[in-house]
Ligand binder design. Structure first.
Ligand code: ZN
Length: 300
């Protein structure tokens, strides 16, 4: 979802006059109506961060991760937010062109420490570009994966799954989700629907059991570590973004495996981020990147 790019109307109350007509006292209020042609947010970057972390607290992230504010000053005013899955130099330039000084990504730009900020890697170039253009960068990664209502719940929503619950619950959050189809579908019909919903050019799958699909387990991105949990939970299908070749073997009696591609599986995370921010700050300018940042191309 993008924020409303409509003029904002604001009414300012100035006062009232009191009138007495036929013993009935009336107050006539008067004021001025302003129409702003551009949205103004008057919101600090730290307030945007607070809203995101209320939904997806940083302690929910995996130990290897580096979610949170990566570049920028929390006290700066947010002129607008550009949402993306991945930070690239083109995304940072796009943010500047569209008047957004905050880029919110799913994947962290800074994952490991940098020993220098030069121009030899794309990460270093992005850091330089962001700082030179005064653009802050924030990442909501595995904390958003593991949050209730997070990345995997969004995927489940797109597939109209019901009774959605964590596949592996850990405290307030969890890894992967399970959900039920309102009406059972044949495995191939279900995978075909997944392929269309996520615009997957080539959905990879194994050959699983013949019975219809009722329960679906899924984890966006690199979720193959949850395959055995999906089987233990009795899921009929396990969907994820990427999966090692050898893991496809031997599951014919257990489960269907459907692999969408990492980017494809997580693409609606951008909508999710927009919805979280818009619910908190309806006046905040929210844009979705127009750039497909999937680094993998498909020769058809
Ligand atoms: Zn991912």
């Amino acid at each position: 979802m993008t924020g409303p790019n409509m003029p904002l109307e604001r009414h300012f109350f100035l006062g009232f006059i009191q009138k007495k007509e036929k013993n009935v006292e009336r107050k006539i209020y008067f004021g001025i109506k302003f129409v702003f042609l551009y949205q103004i947010s008057n919101m600090k970057i730290k307030e945007v961060v607070v809203a995101l972390e209320r939904f997806a607290p940083l302690p929910l992230q995996e130990s290897y991760d580096n979610a949170g504010l990566q570049i920028g000053l929390t006290e700066a005013e947010a002129s607008g937010v550009l949402l993306c899955l991945d930070v690239t130099e083109a995304v940072i330039r796009e943010a500047e062109e569209r008047g957004c000084n905050l880029v919110i990504a799913h994947h962290p730009l800074l994952f490991r420490g940098l020993k220098r900020v030069s121009d030899s890697t794309y990460v270093e170039r992005c850091v330089r570009e962001a700082i030179l253009r005064n653009i802050a960068v924030y990442a909501a990664h595995t904390n958003l994966d593991n949050a209730r209502g997070g990345v995997n719940f969004k995927i489940a929503e797109k597939l109209h799954l019901q009774n959605v619950r964590f596949l592996v619950q850990e405290g307030e959050g969890g890894s992967g989700i399970l959900g039920d189809l309102p009406v059972e579908e044949s495995p191939i019909a279900f995978l075909q629907r997944v392929k269309e919903t996520f615009q997957v050019d080539c959905l990879m799958h194994n050959e699983g059991p013949a019975h219809p699909v009722h329960t679906v387990a899924l984890c966006g991105g690199a979720g193959d570590f949850l395959l055995n949990d999906a089987i233990s939970a009795g899921a009929d299908v396990f969907l994820t973004g990427e999966m090692g070749y050898h893991l496809y073997f031997g599951h014919e009696p257990d489960i269907w495996i459907g692999v969408l591609g990492h980017y494809q599986s997580e693409q609606y995370t951008i909508d999710l981020l927009g919805e979280i921010l818009h619910a908190n700050y309806p006046d905040l300018k929210i844009c979705q990147t127009a750039i497909n940042t999937n680094p993998i191309h498909y020769l058809k």
